[in-house]
Design a protein around this ligand. Structure first.
Ligand SMILES: [Zn+2]
Length: 81
């Protein structure tokens, strides 16, 4: 008796991983989707490279600017009379 999970393909295909990783740029992936991707990435070097590059793009696209107002508190060595 075969398990349903096997038939449906518990392991995602390269194709699905590619799709999920690019969808992940636009929306938050569900836990299941991320786990499936991870499982696949553990065994598939090609997809590791693929998602690695996507992550680089993702990081570049995101606006992670430096923290604003970091200097506001700076007041070195000033003592009250
Ligand atoms: Zn793959």
């Amino acid at each position: 008796m075969k398990r349903e999970a096997d038939r449906m393909g518990f392991k995602p295909t390269c194709r699905e991983v590619h799709r999920l990783s690019s969808e992940g740029l636009d929306r938050e992936l569900s836990l299941v989707e991320r786990v499936r991707m991870r499982v696949h990435l553990m065994v598939c070097q090609a997809c590791r490279n693929f998602t690695g590059q996507l992550n680089l793009i993702r990081r570049a696209v995101r606006h992670d600017g430096p923290p604003v107002g970091a200097e506001a508190e700076a007041d070195p060595g000033r003592e009250r009379p």
